[in-house]
Design a protein around this ligand. Structure first.
Ligand code: AMP
Length: 418
C-alpha cells in the first residue's frame, strides 16, 4: 500500500465542513474590514525566502523544501506567505495604484519540521497583510481583526501576547546589551546559540534547549531599549487594544521566528494545544518591501495556523455536516425513472436530493434514508404514479401526507426551506 508522506495529512470529508465554515467566517470578516483576496503560487525562487525570512532562522537553515528544477533553478515550496505577498505587491506595482493595500490569502505552507501533534510538514494558513500604513492604529486594527475572528468562531481559552521589536535605530543597541549580558553570564549556550549570539542574539529567546532558556531568564528587556518613536508607537497600539477591550499581555521575550519584523510583534496562544500552543502570529515589517526591491512602504501582517485552529474548534464539528433534504424511495422501474428526473429538478432548486439506483425493497431504501439523515422521504411506486401522487414522510414526526405529483417540486422546495 502506498501511504502518506510523513508529516503530511489528508483532511477527510468529516472534517472539511468545519474547514469550510472557518474559511467562510474569515472571508466574511476580511470583507467587513476591507481586505481583498490575493492568490499566490506555492513555488517561489529560493532566494525570495532566503532574503526575507533571514539566513540564520530555523526555517531557512533547515526546514525549507528546496530543490533544483530540471533547468537547474533553485525553487522552494513556500514556508510562509508574507514573502510571496510582498513579491506580488512589488512585481505587479500594486503600490503605484495605491500605496495602501489590505490583502489576505489562504493556503498551504511547507516546512520540514519534526512532525508531532499540531506540527505538520504541510499545514494551512490564513494570512493578512497591510501595506502602506505606518500608523499604530493599523497595528491595532489588524489585531482587532484577528481577535474578532477568534470571537466569531466562539474560541475561548486564548491569550494575545504583544511585544515591540524596535527599529533599525534602537534594536542594534538592544542586541549589543543582550550580547554583553550573554558574554558575562556563566551559563553554557548551545552551539547554535553561540553562533546566534554574534549574528542575531534575539533568536536565543526562541531556543528550546534548557540551558539556553535558563541563560535567558534574567535577560534584558527590549522594551527598556526602545527609541522614543518606537515607544510611542507601542503605547498607541496598547491604548487602542484597551479601547476595544482586547485583553493582552506584553511579553518582552516574544521575538518570532523570522527576521523581518520591526516594532509590533504578536502571537495568540491557546493553552489547550499543549506544546505547539501558537494559533496565530504576526507583526510589523517596515523594511521588508524595500529590502526585496520595492519602494519604502511599511507593512504589517499575521498568519493563523488553520490546522491548530480546527483542533480547537473540533467540538463544533457536529451539526455542520451536510445531509440531504430529501430521499426519494422509488419502487419499480417507472417510479425509478420519474425519480431520476425529480432528482435533477430538485437539485436545480437547491434541494439536496438523493435516491437509491438499486431499486431495493422499501425497507432497504428507508434504512438508507435514515443513514443519510434525510428529514423527508418521498415514497413512490408504480401504483402512486398511476394515481398521480406520492407519499411524503416526515422522518421525525413519522407523519405522511399525499402530494400531487404536479405540485411535488413546489411542495418539497417549501418544506425544505423552512
Ligand atoms: P509562523 O509563520 O511560524 O509565525 O506561524 C504562524 C502560525 O502557523 C503559527 O502560529 C501556527 O499556528 C502555524 N504553524 C506554523 N508552523 C506550523 C506547522 N509546522 N504545523 C502546523 N501549524 C504551523
Amino acid at each position: 500500500m502506498i501511504t502518506l508522506v510523513r508529516g503530511f495529512k489528508d483532511i477527510l470529508p468529516a472534517e472539511t465542513a468545519l474547514w469550510q465554515h472557518l474559511e467562510d467566517v474569515a472571508r466574511q470578516l476580511f470583507d467587513d474590514f476591507g481586505f481583498a483576496e490575493l492568490r499566490i503560487p506555492v513555488l517561489e525562487q529560493t532566494e525570495l525566502f532566503a532574503r526575507s525570512i533571514g539566513a540564520d532562522t530555523d526555517i531557512v537553515e533547515k526546514e525549507m523544501y528546496t530543490f533544483a528544477d530540471r533547468s537547474g533553478a533553485s525553487l522552494t515550496m513556500r514556508p510562509e506567505a508574507t514573502a510571496s505577498v510582498v513579491r506580488a505587491y512589488i512585481e505587479h506595482k500594486l503600490y503605484a495604484k495605491d500605496p495602501v493595500w489590505k490583502l489576505y490569502t489562504i493556503g498551504p505552507m511547507f516546512r520540514r519540521e519534526r512532525p508531532q501533534k499540531g506540527r505538520y510538514r504541510q499545514f494551512y494558513q490564513i494570512n493578512a497583510e497591510v501595506f502602506g500604513l505606518e500608523d499604530p492604529r493599523a497595528d491595532a486594527e489588524l489585531i482587532l481583526l484577528l481577535m474578532t475572528l477568534m470571537g466569531r468562531l466562539e474560541l475561548s481559552g486564548i491569550m494575545l501576547h504583544i511585544n515591540s521589536l524596535g527599529c533599525a535605530a534602537c534594536r542594534p543597541h538592544f542586541k549589543e546589551a543582550l550580547r554583553s549580558f550573554l558574554t558575562e553570564s556563566t551559563a553554557e549556550l548551545c552551539s547554535d546559540c553561540l553562533r546566534r549570539r554574534e549574528k542575531n542574539p534575539l533568536r536565543i529567546f526562541d531556543c528550546k534547549v534548557p540551558a539556553c532558556k535558563e541563560a535567558m531568564l534574567d535577560a534584558p528587556s527590549i522594551l527598556d531599549h526602545l527609541c522614543d518613536q518606537c515607544r510611542s508607537h507601542f503605547e498607541t497600539v496598547q491604548a487602542s487594544l484597551e479601547r476595544f477591550q482586547i485583553p493582552y499581555q506584553t511579553n518582552h521575550r516574544l521575538v518570532r521566528g523570522l527576521d523581518y519584523y520591526t516594532r509590533t510583534a504578536f502571537e495568540v496562544l491557546a493553552e489547550a494545544l499543549g506544546a505547539q500552543d501558537a494559533v496565530a502570529g504576526g507583526g510589523r515589517y517596515d523594511s521588508l518591501v524595500k529590502a526585496l526591491g520595492g519602494p519604502d512602504q511599511p507593512g504589517i501582517g499575521f498568519a493563523i495556523g488553520v490546522d491548530r485552529l480546527i483542533e480547537l474548534l473540533a467540538h463544533q464539528r457536529q451539526g455542520l455536516e451536510k445531509r440531504p433534504h430529501l430521499f426519494i424511495a422509488a419502487l419499480g422501474t417507472g417510479a425509478q425513472d420519474r425519480a431520476f428526473g425529480w432528482l435533477q429538478e430538485l437539485r436545480m432548486q437547491n434541494v439536496r436530493t438523493e435516491m437509491d439506483f438499486a431499486d431495493r425493497s422499501l425497507k432497504a431504501q428507508m434504512r438508507r434514508a435514515n443513514k443519510l439523515g434525510a428529514p423527508y422521504v418521498l415514497i413512490v411506486g408504480d401504483r402512486e404514479l398511476e394515481e398521480g401522487s406520492a407519499e411524503l414522510r416526515n422522518m421525525s414526526t413519522k407523519e405522511q401526507e399525499k402530494v400531487r405529483l404536479q405540485d411535488l417540486v413546489e411542495v418539497v422546495v417549501n418544506k425544505t426551506r423552512n
